[in-house]
Design a protein around this ligand. Sequence first.
Ligand code: THU
Length: 150
Amino acid sequence: MSAMTPDRREALIAAARAASAHAYAPYSHFHVGAALLLADGSVVTGANVENASYGLSLCAETVAVAKLMSDGGRGGLTAVAVIGGAPDASGKATPGAEPVTPCGRCRQVLNEIAQLGGNDPVVLCIGADEVVETTLAALLPRAFGPSNLA
Ligand code: THU
């Protein structure tokens, strides 16, 4: 399992911010990027993908998990970084004072792969002046997951 070194932490935050440049958010104009750090040190990113039928929009975290799992990834989720805000000139999110935390649905989606690996990933929520470091279990206590159906 790759430890969350300070360098990896900064790289994960940078990856989330870079991913936010690819957000397709013509309706909310709120760009979100997510980066997943895996046990082997690899990083998978996602950005929010909105839809003209607003309710069908996909959050950045969900996109990242779908990219990972549709490529065969199962478990090994060590950390997640999320950033959101209005886009700058390059499309990257400019975070506001209040760090963006994963929405409720994304917490559940993240929980699926976390439970498959049997670990509790660190979640980094990036704000303008601070990065809130928490865990998925803190954000989604007593989560329903694969183990309930075993
Ligand atoms: N959004 C995310 O991508 N992740 C979250 O955790 C919160 C919300 C997106 C959905 C929508 O495209 C935009 O942010 C505004 O809600």
